[in-house]
Design a protein around this ligand. Structure first.
Ligand code: HEM
Length: 121
């Protein structure tokens, strides 16, 4: 029985910063893949009628997500060189980047109630 949780970080991105944001994600730390309990990640680009990017992540449990969020890997993936436990700076960019690509971020949390995948064979 799945008890997975979905954590979606909702990023407000001005149109002129879209390219910068996507480039930053293209160069992301890639450390989330190593996190215990990590199940899925997607960066979702808005198409029409919506102006927010979604960073979709899925975790085995709430505890696994929280551990990752207070880990050094999270800091590294968010442009911080500092120690574990610090909150995100709110910009996500690395030190050499020219400021934040986002003007806002909001975390949405969900429990996975039902799921389906293509039947194989
Ligand atoms: C103030 C809040 C946040 C902002 C503005 C933000 C923005 C960003 C940006 C711009 C990147 C690209 C990498 C970089 O520029 O260093 C990134 C990486 C990432 N973010 Fe966030 N983020 C925030 C918090 C969160 C939270 C709460 C989650 C959980 C859903 C999350 C999930 C991820 C993941 C999975 C990556 C890829 C990390 C990796 O490759 O290891 N972010 N974020």
């Amino acid at each position: 029985m799945s008890q997975s949780v979905v954590k979606i970080n909702v990023l407000t991105v001005p149109p002129e910063m879209r390219e910068t944001l996507e480039a930053r994600f293209a160069g992301r730390a890639g450390m989330v893949e190593q996190a215990d309990g990590f199940e899925w990640f997607e960066l979702l680009r808005p198409v029409e009628g919506i102006d927010t990017y979604l960073v979709y992540t899925r975790w085995r449990s709430e505890e696994d997500f929280e551990k990752w969020q207070s880990s050094q890997a999270f800091g590294a993936g968010h442009g911080q060189s500092g120690s574990a436990g610090g909150p995100p700076t709110g910009h996500g960019g690395n030190a050499s980047a020219s400021g934040p690509a986002t003007t806002g971020a909001e975390l949405w949390s969900f429990q996975v109630v039902e799921q389906a995948a293509p039947a194989s064979g």
